[in-house]
Each structure stands twice: as C-alpha cells, then as structure tokens.
Design a protein around this ligand. Sequence first.
Ligand SMILES: [Zn+2]
Ligand SMILES: [Zn+2]
Length: 426
Amino acid sequence: MNYEILKEINLCDRCFGRLWGKIFRATNLERGKALKLSKIIELEIKEKENKISDEEKEILEILKNNYNLDENNCIWCKGIFKEEKIKTLLDKTLKLLKDYEFDTFLIGTHIPDEIKELEQNLSEKFPYMESIKQEFGREFGKVLAKTINKKPNREKPDIVIHINPYDESIILQINPLFIKGRYRKLIRGIPQTRWLCGYCKGKGCKYCNYTGKKYLTSVEQIIGEPILKATGGEDYRFHGAGREDIDVRMLGDGRPFVLEIKNPKKRKIDLKELEKIISQDGRVEVLNLEFGERKDKVIFKNTPHKKTYKAIVKSENITEEDLKKLEENLTNRIIYQKTPKRVLHRRADIERKRKVYKVKANKLDDNHFEMTIYCDGGLYIKELISGDNGRTRPSVSSILKKPAYCKWLDVLKVHDKNGEDYGSNE
Ligand SMILES: [Zn+2]
Ligand SMILES: [Zn+2]
C-alpha cells in the first residue's frame, strides 16, 4: 500500500479509501479509515518495541494527523460530501425540479479542471482508484431518490440533473416526451410539417401577410399544438413515417408518426382525451396515441413502409381492355424511377427501383378511371401515372400508349410490416 502519497497531499479518510475504490464492496470511507487505522496500529507496535525506522516514524506522524481529517481540508473532495453541503445541494435541486413532472432521473456530475488534473495524476499510481464523480453521483442520487421517491435511470431518464458540487451550480436537462400514433388527413391542401415563407424564412413579410408561413397550418401543428398545451412544453417536432404531398389525403387507418415535445412540464397526460381534442379539428384525426421513446424516431425514418394508394386518373377513350392491360402489366412489376422533375430542386437526381405488387383499375367514365395501387414505399405515384417524360419506366402512360395524369390521390394504407391486408405478393 502506498501511504507515501500522504506526504505530498492531505486526503480525508473517504478520499484515501477512494484510491482503492474498485476493490471490495466497502464504502470508500470505511476502506480509508481501515487502511489508515491498520497502518497506525502496525507502526505504533513497532514504535513501542523500538523496531521502527525513521522513515516509518514520519509516516506514523502523518497518519495520526490525517486520521479523521476534516473534509474541508482535503484537497480532493473539499468537503462536498459533508451533510450540510449535501443538504444545500438537495434543496437547490428540489427547487428546480418542482416545476416538472417526471418518474426517472439521472445525476450528471461535473468537476472542476483542477480536480480532473489531480485525478489524472493519482490514477497513474493508483490503478484501482474511483473517480469522485462516480461516488458523488451515486451518493447524491441515493439521497435524492429517497427524498422524492423516484428512481435513477441510466438509459432513459426523464430528467438529467447536471450538478457541479464544488461551485454548487445545477442545470436541469429535461428530456423530450415522445408520443406516437397514426394520423388521417381528411382534406387536401395542408402540408405534413410547418412550412416557412420562402421569402422571409419565417420572420414575416408582405408576401406571407406577416405570418412567416407559406401554409397557415400543417398536420404537425394541428396535432402538435394541443399536445404542447397539455404538456406545458416549449416546442415540438413531428416525425412521420414518410409523407404525402400537400394535395394528397391520408385515409384508411392513417400514417404512423411520433411527436417529440421539448422541455415538457407534464408527462402524465390523458392521451384518449387528446385524441378527441385533436380530431375535433375536422381536417386531421389521430388514432392510437401512446407514449413512445427516442428510438421510435429513428425507426420511423428508416423503415420503408409499403403503401396502398387510390388515384383518380385522367386519360382519354378508356376501354375495359386498357384497364385489364394495366393491371396485368403492373402486377409484381419493377419500376425504374428517376427523381421526378418537380422535386429535382431539393432532391438528388438518382434512379430508384421500386416494386408495384398489385393494381386494380375501375372505369369511371370515358376519360377517368380509379386505380388502387399496392407498392413499395418511396415510389412517386403521380409520376408512375404520367411517366414524367420517360423518367419513370414503365408508367400508366407508356402502357396505355396515351397520356395519363393523376387528378386526385389518397393514401389508403401505410403498411406496418411486409405485405398484408391488401392482396399478397403472389
Ligand atoms: Zn476528501
Ligand atoms: Zn414572408
């Protein structure tokens, strides 16, 4: 055991014990006291029997002075574990926390650079040392958990309490609340997410009537605003499993989404009640609201969902034979699609391969028919119909050998898993 370190610096019993913090399941305080005491006893016996060297005598003196050292005089902890200090920090924390509803928390301990440097030097001599950050986080976490009767949680805490016990600064990190569900968009003409005015980028100008918006509302706002109000949060972000165009409705059992609420004050909100409030809007409805988690955001963004669409197609002199040909030609057909011209200004010009699994077509009149399309996510339907001047191959136009374009489009279903409900991949 290296007692020499005490010649260089003053360490209280707790900090001395921390030098071997990763050895045996005792507290650092117990360990430090035991180490100092056993050495004192060993050396005092030697002294009484006149077997002590001068060097050992020096160590004995230092140990006697150091045993039960006032933690305020300890160069490492500077008294941060003292009862009154913990009490001060606890009161400050409780005051900050009282505005927020939460179940789980995590303590994030921050220490000054000089302490980091000290630990760096010590760890070279003491490989089993524990950082004071760990001990403080653990000890303060225990006291806090008991006081507020809530649990620490390393993976998904509702709140992270960033605390520097040396200068007593405390900052709360309120983790977002995630609410997921499915939405139906019952009318055309509203975008999925907030859309800023292209001229002023949201500041407000004469072109947008000083609203800062290109579209006055969005699915994001119709769903987000009532939830923001219920949670007392600061802002929200909408993450949909893909998106439909502004002029496309989203019907059937809706499209999955997750809403992220920043800095929520309330977390235990009545989701059934919110479903009702949001759906009263009439333009957008929500279904199956439930609490989600951060990873839902990623899953939604990266999972390609198959879709079922209904399109009203305008063409000319449509015959039953045309429609039969269309169904046969598009069933289980790979479509080669270059980025549509209408989105080229914001998307890279690439060619994608997407599959159409099944198509049903019903004649409405000589110039119109209705088409139900079950296909891979990421296929642009308007271009599947028009052909986009040969950029989408094959297309309804190329199969029928006459111009066709999509007059109305609805999403009937966003499929959760591979192929179900609407036909199979036969
Ligand atoms: Zn100490
Ligand atoms: Zn503007």
